[in-house]
Design a protein around this ligand. Structure first.
Ligand code: R2B
Length: 309
């Protein structure tokens, strides 16, 4: 047979499967996805999710529901519509909607929250034997030195020191993981944006912080231990390093998806077979709620002082 299993890349018959990197999972009788209210014994995950090809994640439950309704219309699906059901209704941690091959999931705010969701999402895609999956974060963010209302497509997620890395504390060690994102998908999304009128879009680095206030150089938190000048200096240095927006999830998103095969730059250049991911963030300073064609424009985020210096 010319079928080949490539354990290193988890490809089989040209399909790219989502892999988990945990030897203990195979030895477990049951895997409970606690925060999604799903499990391998209680749910038929391949039947429920086996056809998923795109996963879009974003912070707020309402926005992800709105996105699912938008996809429902775009895909011309007949049933459901307004009644679209939250698959994770049994828990109020996250919500999840499925419209055809598109899964829409909320992740809350910040690295710990999205990380818990991603562990369980990646296991879900693995148990459901999904292949060739693209994950896109369609989040909100604060722009730096860019036109209000712009959409930023992330090429690289960086930390507060402008480094393309995510530091995960494991036991009492700090493990540094890469935050490279799929460049091809970024270009593809950018090309899509060109077809939409009045949809200012750019590709740039996204900085991920652990705090919304001091961590993002805001002067209006309960604590502020730096001067206006230091704030401006920091944001200017960020801009010089290529940062065009700031948010709170991109580094762990990039690191975890990358490690679990939700990206590939080697599969024959065939786009439909390339599992990849990108982060598409709407600049929060001057949101444009009227452009309903792109996911990132569906939701309005109030302007936030200090987000662009
Ligand atoms: C963007 O917006 C949220 C903070 O308001 C956070 O989740 C983020 O990354």
């Amino acid at each position: 047979s010319n079928r080949s299993m490539r354990p290193d890349r988890n490809t089989y018959d040209g399909k790219r499967f989502v892999h988990v990197k945990n030897p203990y999972l195979d030895t477990m009788d049951e895997d409970i996805l606690y925060h999604l209210d799903l499990g391998t014994k209680t749910h038929n995950l391949p039947a429920m999710f086996g056809d998923v090809k795109f996963v879009c994640v974003g912070g707020s439950p309402n926005r992800m529901k709105a996105f699912a309704l938008f996809m429902h219309k775009e895909l011309g699906l007949a049933e459901g519509g307004e009644d679209i059901k939250d698959i994770c209704a049994g828990t109020d941690r996250y919500c999840m909607f499925k419209t055809g091959p598109v899964l829409s999931i909320s992740h809350g705010m910040g690295v710990p929250s999205i990380s818990i969701m991603l562990h369980e999402l990646i296991k879900l895609l693995h148990h459901a034997r999904c292949c060739d999956v693209t994950v896109i974060r369609i989040g909100t963010s604060g722009g730096i030195g860019i036109a209000p209302g712009s959409v930023v497509i992330t090429d690289t997620a960086v930390d507060s020191f402008f480094k393309p890395q995510f530091e995960q504390v494991i036991l009492d060690n700090v493990v540094t993981r890469s935050t490279e994102l799929d460049k091809e998908l970024a270009e593809e999304l950018f090309n899509c944006s060109k077809k939409i009128l009045n949809f200012p879009t750019l590709i740039g680095h996204t900085m991920c912080t652990y705090d919304f206030y001091e961590g993002q150089a805001r002067l209006d938190g309960a604590l502020c231990s730096f001067s206006r000048e230091s704030k401006l200096d920091y944001l200017k240095r960020a801009y010089k390093a290529g940062v065009r927006n700031i948010e709170m999830e991109s580094t762990v998103f990039a690191a975890m998806c990358g490690l679990c095969g939700l990206k590939d730059r080697q599969v024959c250049g065939r786009r439909s077979n390339v599992a990849s991911r990108a982060e598409c963030a709407k600049s929060a300073r001057a949101p444009c709620a009227k452009s309903a064609r792109a996911p990132a424009a569906i939701h309005r985020t109030p302007p936030r002082p200090g987000s662009s210096g």
